[in-house]
Design a protein. Structure first.
Lengths: 252, 252
């Protein structure tokens, strides 16, 4: 694992079932947490349907922009699994049967039963030049070509694939965060918080309203920085601001 | 509500907190279900950070492509709420205080307490020419300009805003679906299912593996069409295929 200042990523979720609402995505939030924890900034997510033009356009847009692109979905054995085809086309490479992938499927089927038919062989088609991503859950591998990492859509399988690739990813200086509960309404901290944000352009300050059962409308303020000292300075400024607003409201 | 054959939409989720993993999005799945139910095809979702260039680029790409764009997030009172600014810039219009929005905020604050300060006034800035989208939950309105509908990120507020705009949306012929549980492994139905898909290019056929506690690896096949007759024909073809595969495997 090598380290540079900022490493970025995008997630591309592929599947009609997410867009129709039939399946609720569970991968975006998991990958977001995972990448944040290892020091990769997730900058964009897209969800597209099982449509070749839409998938290729998204792959090309995202791989040009970010350090890594993680795709989920569309690598199963059926006709609507077209992710491998689209990535091969995007990279302008062939999509041959990968001997190691074929061997993995054969070994798996020897255990579970079932025939290595045309449909299952689809899962052994890997874009030329790609490395396999081992799937410890159900056998059929993902793959990694250029800066694009293609994983399954089933959450348990995707998660195990992410564990496989994580040690090989470049990572950046981790973004750290502090959450400060204001016990104030967002509208009461907005103006002074904006001043703190303006004075500290190198920290990221977010404000998240929530409803507290006892106190009513409330606010969490999240300060983020890659510099631990900066983080503490801005956290202190936010805490002082909160104390000041509270005493002003009390003096009312 | 007027009807044409196909009406499309995209969702744009705006917020660092989704990309950092801090907040798990609950809006995409809800909007997907909602739009499918009223006859609008959700074709794409994007999640971008609180970054002006990223938001404007996504807005412009999506509004050129789809009938509607629904945005969620970034319309609160703090400095990181920049959605209104970005939409005004994308449309090339000013972002003045909207008298009706100001009146709504005043009325709300008269009930809940709190000062109509600079921060809260941010929520009354509405792109010139936009219509307000009433917020029955917490007051501060969303807005609708061109084909872009801007809603809050908080799920309860977003949902009430969607209820407000739904009766005014163009909708298309509803996509209907039938789910057929195969009780077969996906790899065993893949080849014949592909043939059915090829013979019925006007129906959408999806295959979704799942794990059954008793039977092990299993498959749901989902057939979708706007034509109820077509839907039944393809459903029948899938059911026949499943029966045939089962008898082949039993004989096998």
């Amino acid at each position: 694992m090598s380290t540079s200042a900022i490493v970025t990523a995008a997630v591309l979720v592929i599947g009609d079932e997410i867009l129709s609402g039939r399946t609720k995505d569970k991968n975006i939030g998991f990958i977001a947490d995972y990448l944040t924890a290892i020091g990769i900034d997730l900058k964009e997510v897209r969800v597209v349907s099982d449509d070749e033009a839409a998938i290729i356009e998204a792959i090309d847009a995202l791989r040009a922009k970010y350090t890594y692109v993680f795709t989920t979905g569309g690598i199963g054995p059926t006709h609507d699994d077209i992710t491998a085809d689209c990535i091969a086309k995007a990279f302008g490479v062939a999509l041959p049967y990968h001997p190691e992938a074929v061997a993995i499927l054969k070994e798996r089927l020897a255990k579970t039963g079932g025939e290595l038919n045309e449909a299952r062989m689809r899962m052994a088609r890997i874009p030329e030049g790609a490395a396999l991503v081992v799937n410890k859950v159900s056998g059929a591998p993902g793959f990694w070509i250029g800066n694009v990492i293609t994983m399954a859509g089933i959450p348990t399988v995707m998660q195990s694939m992410l564990d496989e690739v994580a040690p090989k990813l470049k990572t950046g200086t981790k973004m750290m965060s502090e959450t400060i509960r204001a016990d104030l309404k967002e509208g009461d901290v907005g103006t002074p918080l904006g001043e703190i944000a303006k004075a500290n352009p190198d920290a990221i300050i977010g404000s998240y309203p929530f409803f507290d059962e006892k106190l009513g409308p409330n606010t969490n303020i999240v300060v983020r920085s890659r510099d631990p000292q900066k983080l503490q300075v801005v956290k202190g400024a936010v805490e002082n601001m909160i104390a000041k607003v509270k005493s002003q409201l009390a003096a009312g």
